[in-house]
Design a protein around this ligand. Structure first.
Ligand SMILES: [Zn+2]
Ligand SMILES: [Zn+2]
Length: 380
């Protein structure tokens, strides 16, 4: 809110009369003339704007200018993929889909339009190698579910990824083994997990042991860790749970990303518990981050947890976040018989004043055409 300061000017009028000295009675002090101090206006918060992206061809060709950032919610159908892009870094939070026939190459084609093409013949729709390799600074797998991970092995193959973040909780599934294998083949990457690395550097999944070679760094991370992303941008890890749970959603990595004066909260499939009305009590990961990081969950932009399911977005959580913009990635496939997002969650988001952007609005007519580009730039 802009504060308008009214400056009162004191005008002293008239000539002072010449008075004889009166040593016994000190004169009352006349007010000092007030000279108006220069008023330095509060810096304007950056402006947040958004637009639907029907095709990767519509994306700007050049990276964002310094002091500006882009958040892409890529329409991957029933899944999640969010790309955060600055002038000097890139971060991919999940890239996966549960839709039959969904091609991971769609995500790579989007990344090629946003970041530039990269990689060999497997990385292009034409089948021709790009002749170059580009970097992605950070790839975060929020938790080991296919709808968040299915494209990550191809991303790791096509781009030089510098840092991979993963809870470390194993899901005994082929897609997770493929992801780990791609990490093991990505020379120069550093793999970050919430659980400490085993001494033999081997992870057993789906009948095989995947060993990370010495060329792959391996470090443990903890809640509260801060990571510098680029000029004016950093992330803080708010939930790090490496212990294996029967429900991998409970391993969701939650991060607060600062972009200039704007905060983005990425939650993956973080939940409060069983499906319930948003008025139900906070629990699980949502309760954890609200109680441990109340200031950092207060965000401008929220990636709505678990595709807008009633397992998440309790009213107490949304009251702590109070997002201006709510990003809901959902698709045509049912989650245990339920189509997401839930109407009650959408109503709760609007009740806290959020504008909701969704990837599923035109699934029936054009799949993949509801990506959204959110731009953060200095106020005009
Ligand atoms: Zn999910
Ligand atoms: Zn999940």
């Amino acid at each position: 809110m802009r504060v308008i300061l009214a400056v009162a000017l004191v005008v002293l009028a008239g000539c002072p009369a010449v008075q004889p000295p009166q040593p016994t009675t000190p004169e009352p002090r006349s007010p000092e003339p007030v000279s108006p101090e220069p008023v330095s206006p509060e810096p304007e918060p950056p402006a947040i704007t958004w637009a639907r992206v029907e095709s990767p061809a519509d994306l700007p060709a050049a990276p964002p200018a310094g002091g500006s950032w882009r958040i892409h919610m890529i329409d991957v159908g029933t899944g999640l993929a969010i790309l955060v892009q600055g002038a000097d870094f890139s971060l991919l939070f999940d890239a996966g889909s549960n839709d039959p026939g969904e091609r991971p190459l769609r995500v790579v084609a989007y990344l090629a339009a946003a970041l530039g093409p990269s990689g060999d013949e497997q990385c292009t729709t034409s089948g021709a190698p790009t002749g170059t390799r580009r970097a992605i600074d950070h790839v975060i797998l929020s938790h080991p579910h296919q709808d968040h991970a299915s494209a990550l092995d191809l991303v790791l193959h096509c781009y030089d990824v510098r840092h991979v973040w993963d809870s470390g909780a194993v899901n005994d599934a082929v897609f997770y083994r493929d992801f780990l294998t791609a990490v093991s083949e990505a020379a120069g990457v550093t793999y970050h997990t919430a659980s400490p690395p085993p001494t033999d550097r081997t992870i057993h999944v789906k009948g095989f042991g995947v060993t990370l070679p010495a060329a792959v760094g391996w470090q443990a991370f903890s809640e509260g860790d801060e990571v510098a992303l680029g000029t004016g941008a950093r992330l803080t890890l708010l939930h790090a749970e490496g212990k294996r749970h029967s429900d991998p959603n409970r391993n969701s990595i939650v991060v607060a990303v600062e972009l200039g004066g704007v905060r983005l909260l990425l939650t993956g499939d973080a939940e409060s518990g069983a499906r319930a009305d948003p008025s139900a009590a906070l629990g699980d990961v949502e309760e954890h981050v609200v109680s441990h990081f109340p200031a950092l969950v207060d965000a401008d932009i929220l990636q709505v947890g678990h595709h807008g399911s009633k397992t998440s977005s309790r009213r107490a959580f949304l009251d702590a976040v109070t997002p201006r913009l709510a990003l809901v990635s959902a698709g045509p496939r049912l989650y245990k018989g339920t189509r997401l997002p839930d109407a009650e969650v959408l109503a709760a988001l609007e009740a806290v004043g959020a504008t909701v952007l969704r990837t599923d609005e035109r699934d029936a007519t054009c799949r993949g055409c509801d990506s959204w580009l959110v731009t953060i730039a200095p106020a005009p």
